[in-house]
Design a binder for this molecule. Structure first.
Ligand code: G
Ligand code: G
Ligand code: MN
Ligand code: NA
Length: 256
């Protein structure tokens, strides 16, 4: 109960902030973008990980608020980095949208306003949604995703390979990016089944003109296998975990 009222206050007090996990070009190591991951900077408990507050936020109906706070801060941070590091090229930052959030009535207006006020280039703010979230109501999701693209966001399908979306839907939805679920990546060096799934997702991405990002790249051996399979981008503890903004900027600078 105490945690509940504290979490409610955390939003108004600005205690929720994004950390940034680098997404790198696997061939060069250069940072291509970041995934923003929420952290709660609690005045007494210190940094609280999402595992400890996401389900509570869900129960309390605060996920819309979380998405908004994360998009605002991530967009503002990215705009600063783009201004300071012109050599970084078309950097992007992705934010996770939770189950049900793509159906939130004001989402498209909010995203439009955030992109306008931060002046981010088209596609720089990327929204990650999961297959299962899309498949709740595919027709409705398709409309909303198209609107999000129209207002300048790009779209990633998260945890790809774990859900049940049919390829015919995937081909019709306006995604820019497929993210290979980390389970397949983590096991691709030991399990031929995982290796085949990774390869087929990379090929699917190529056929549909989608960028493919491998999650869970925990070591150089996995990065090597991914490059051999034609996967261009990855993220994982082999590069960096989610970092506070200042450290993420140092990582960016040193990768270029
Ligand atoms: O960063 P960490 O490894 O602790 O994240 C744990 C889980 O929390 C991940 O599954 C991640 O997708 C989720 N998560 C982190 N930040 C956010 C966020 O801002 N919004 C949503 N919906 N999920 C998040
Ligand atoms: O797909 P999702 O949004 O859940 O991905 C973010 C989650 O993945 C976060 O919980 C993050 O901490 C975790 N993560 C990032 N890189 C790695 C990695 O290399 N290995 C493992 N096991 N988890 C990772
Ligand atoms: Mn994600
Ligand atoms: Na994932």
């Amino acid at each position: 109960l105490a945690l509940e009222s504290e979490l409610r206050n955390a939003f108004s007090r600005g205690e929720i902030e994004p950390f940034f996990q680098p997404i790198v070009n696997l061939s060069t190591g250069a940072v291509a973008g970041f995934e923003a991951l929420a952290r709660w900077r609690h005045p007494v408990r210190g940094l609280v990980a999402p595992d400890e507050f996401l389900s509570l936020a869900q129960e309390m109906g605060l996920m819309g608020e979380l998405g908004l706070v994360m998009m605002r801060q991530a967009a503002r941070q990215l705009a600063e980095w783009l201004a300071r590091h012109p050599s970084a090229g078309a950097l992007f930052c992705s934010v996770n949208l939770s189950v049900g959030e793509i159906e939130r009535p004001h989402l498209v207006d909010d995203v439009s306003e955030i992109i306008a006020t931060t002046g981010l280039p088209k596609g720089a703010l990327k929204l990650e949604v999961t297959e299962s979230d899309i498949m709740r109501d595919p027709a409705k999701a398709a409309d909303i995703l198209a609107s999000l693209r129209e207002v300048g966001a790009s779209l990633a399908l998260d945890d790809f390979g774990t859900g049940f979306s049919s390829l015919s839907y995937l081909a019709r939805l306006p995604f820019d990016t497929l993210k290979i679920d980390r389970y397949f990546v983590l096991t691709m060096d030991k399990d031929e089944g995982s290796a085949k799934i990774v390869r087929s997702i990379v090929n699917l991405g190529r056929d549909l003109s989608l960028e493919v990002v491998a999650e869970g790249v925990e070591n150089a051996g996995l990065a090597y296998l991914l490059v051999k399979d034609g996967c261009h981008y990855g993220q994982g503890f082999g590069y960096a975990p989610a970092l506070p903004a200042q450290e993420a900027e140092v990582y960016l600078n040193e990768s270029l």
